[in-house]
Design a protein around this ligand. Sequence first.
Ligand code: SAM
Length: 195
Amino acid sequence: MWNQRYAEDDYIYGTEPNSFLAEHSNFLINPILSLAEGEGRNAVFLASLGFSVYGVDGSDVGLAKAQQLAQAKGVKIQTEVADLSLFEPPANTYGSVISISAHLPSTIRNRLYPLVEQCLKPNGIILLEAYSENQMTRNTGGPKDLDMLISCAKVEREFPNYEPILLQELNREVCEGKYHTGMASVVQFIGRKKS
Ligand SMILES: C[S@@+](CC[C@H](N)C(=O)[O-])C[C@H]1O[C@@H](n2cnc3c(N)ncnc32)[C@H](O)[C@@H]1O
């Protein structure tokens, strides 16, 4: 499904970074693991700020476009095609993990998020934005599957060992390519791993 979506020449989520990420990149610590990086807009932005970014995604077509974007912008990013239901990040490696619109079923999240915690160094940062459960009634983006949408309560339950720097649900105008456009309900989270 994702390879099909990414097959067109255009960058379907645009080439500009997610705005929540861009506004809060000052919280991030090097190096950065990006979950479900897609076509590279976020990794390329972070690389342009001087971060080392490792982007993982299940779509080889998406990550090929990510590398093209990096080349066009004159930065280097590392990418790996991997299914997040199997992905095993190395322990105690990353200063930050970002997860932007990485909507995964709870079966995958329940395996992956403890590994995310392990792969972060002490005091490492998680930065996440995803459509909330309240997005179900809107047609401005995100999966039509309650299990894959999130809430502040889910974040608190699924990331128990972090001090929240910011955790909120809000409605905001999203303008990030043709599939993510319009007023949307999102959950935003920045947490610091407890040491
Ligand atoms: C909505 S896109 C977001 C892409 C990117 N984070 C962005 O903000 O532009 C969701 C991404 O999740 C990836 N994805 C979904 N399920 C996955 C899985 N099980 N393993 C790896 N990647 C997955 C898709 O390939 C797709 O690139």
